[in-house]
Design a protein around this ligand. Structure first.
Ligand code: ADP
Length: 473
């Protein structure tokens, strides 16, 4: 089976969040189980030159908006599988990866160029795996082209939803400029007076998936459907959930070379070293018996920062350390700064994006907080499990799929999980975690339960192969 994965970001070429992790790791995992896959992603200004191994196509001339755009494509296998990176400087050589008024145009171009590249490099793949709203354009283009271009006749599309909250909305008057002037295309994008690339992908792809089992149910509800729940319900018989995996070559405390000391399930001494180094790195007093509560995230309402704001005072009262890595909305950045000013001997913050520090926090912390409002999958709770850092999460989306609440009587469970989006429920779980932490035998049991969980990509990749087979059948 030949599969092309198309994604707006992919590790190590680019990453702003979980989509990058998944799109980088899945093609590698597919290759490992014998699937012939290629990844196509943009070449951003942020993409390191060392990852651009060679020029694959230096005259990828794209018919675009009535003229020819002279794009290029680089080749790499830096993520462990064949990758083509579309180079179009005016669209992708910018200060940040997203956040421009014309993002819809940038990714419409990327999709169009990705399909042109596939045509150029060989026979058509049987499956094109599209990801999030950025790829809704390719879903529509393929659905129309398949009718009259024999090259695409046997190609089917899978559309994965990593986050319904981002829909790629723009003015319908732009559609014709992007080449989507037909009635079919206009209907596909049309959503309550706007054009929605997410809606187009959901409507015109052959099958749909979400990045966790629970999220496949949640996007059919009013709360998480963002006005498209009627469509996800209508297409429920073509929709499944596959929980993301973890790339254990990147996230493994035994081999992670970002850490000051390595460790594994049989010997956690190195984790104590990591804790010492982490406290030192944040200029906090070194008391290894006090727990560190950590959080690494984009600072948006989705991530439950409001609940953290509400419990922060009580958590500080317990004497625990709090370490936060992330950037985002100003009110949340200001909150972390004011907490640090209030308790400088207990709170460490780093505002920004720092991959190396993310590894060191996962290793050095004791508890990881993810009280998300919604969480399509979430990766950090799975990294935490492997690093012996106990997750405290809200039971939504992938957090519900991957974290089991600890039961002191049976000794089962790998974290602490609460239901309603309420600070008192979150705080209850924090106190439960602190109670368990006070007994080293109990704590070790929870850590071991988490460290033995297998969330490898191999399992997830096999489920994707089943999805591809189902899509073709
Ligand atoms: P989302 O995709 O919604 O942001 P996920 O939990 O699925 O959330 O994935 C987030 C990924 O981005 C994780 O790999 C996490 O470690 C990483 N990440 C988020 N913020 C930062 C940051 N400030 N520095 C380093 N890594 C970060």
């Amino acid at each position: 089976m030949r599969v092309a994965v198309i994604s707006a970001e992919a590790v190590p070429y680019s990453k702003t969040g979980g989509l990058g992790d998944v799109a980088g790791a899945l093609p590698k995992a597919l290759k490992a189980i014998g699937v012939d896959s290629v990844l196509i992603t943009p070449c951003y200004w942020q993409t390191k030159a060392e990852y651009l191994w060679s020029t694959a196509v230096d005259d990828l001339n794209i018919d675009w908006r009535g003229s020819t755009y002279p794009a290029k494509a680089f080749y790499s296998e830096a993520n462990g599988s064949p990758t083509f990176l579309i180079d179009a400087p005016s669209y992708f050589h910018r200060d940040s990866i997203y956040g421009y008024a014309e993002d819809y145009e940038r990714f419409a171009f990327f999709n169009h160029a990705a399909l042109a590249l596939l045509r150029r490099i060989g026979s058509a793949p049987e499956i094109i795996h599209l990801n999030d709203w950025h790829c809704g354009f390719a879903a529509v283009e393929l659905a129309s082209m398949r009718r009259w271009e024999s090259y695409w006749r046997n190609t089917r599309t899978v559309f994965s939803i990593h986050n319904m909250a981002y829909q790629g909305a723009f003015s319908p008057s732009e559609l014709w400029k992007l080449g989507f002037g037909s009635d079919f295309a206009r209907n596909a994008f049309s959503s309550d007076g706007i054009a929605s690339a997410m809606k187009a992908g959901l409507e015109t792809s052959d099958t749909l998936s979400t990045v966790s089992r629970r999220y496949a149910q949640e996007i059919q509800t009013r709360e998480n459907g963002y006005g498209l729940e009627w469509l996800t319900r209508q297409r429920a018989n073509r929709l499944i959930g596959i929980t993301n995996g973890v790339d254990y070559e990147v996230w493994n405390p035994q081999t992670d070379n970002e850490l000051p000391a390595n460790f594994n399930i049989d010997n956690l001494d190195g984790k104590r070293e990591c804790k010492r180094a982490l406290l030192d790195e944040f200029s906090l007093p070194i008391d290894l018996d006090r727990p560190i509560f950590a959080n690494i995230t984009r600072l948006t309402a989705q991530k439950g920062i409001d609940l953290m704001m509400q419990i922060a005072g009580d958590l500080i009262e317990t004497g625990a350390y709090i370490i936060s890595l992330g950037s985002g909305e100003k009110k949340y950045e200001d909150f972390w700064q004011s907490l640090r000013d209030y308790a400088p001997r207990q709170v460490g913050i780093y505002r920004g994006y720092n991959e190396r520090l993310a590894h060191r926090i996962e290793a050095g912390a004791d508890m990881f907080m993810m009280p998300s409002k919604f969480e399509p999958c979430g990766l950090n709770q799975m990294y935490s499990l492997r690093y012996g850092t106990v997750p405290i999460v809200r039971a939504v989306g992938g957090l519900d799929d991957t974290v089991q609440n600890f039961d002191a009587v049976s000794g089962t469970g790998n974290g602490f999980k609460f239901g309603p989006y309420q600070s008192d429920k979150f705080l209850e779980k924090i106190y439960e975690a602190l109670f368990a932490y006070a007994d080293p035998h109990v704590w070790k049991k929870i850590q071991r339960n988490g460290m033995t969980v297998d969330n490898s990509w191999e399992n997830a990749a096999r489920k994707y192969v089943e999805l591809y087979e189902w899509t073709l059948s």
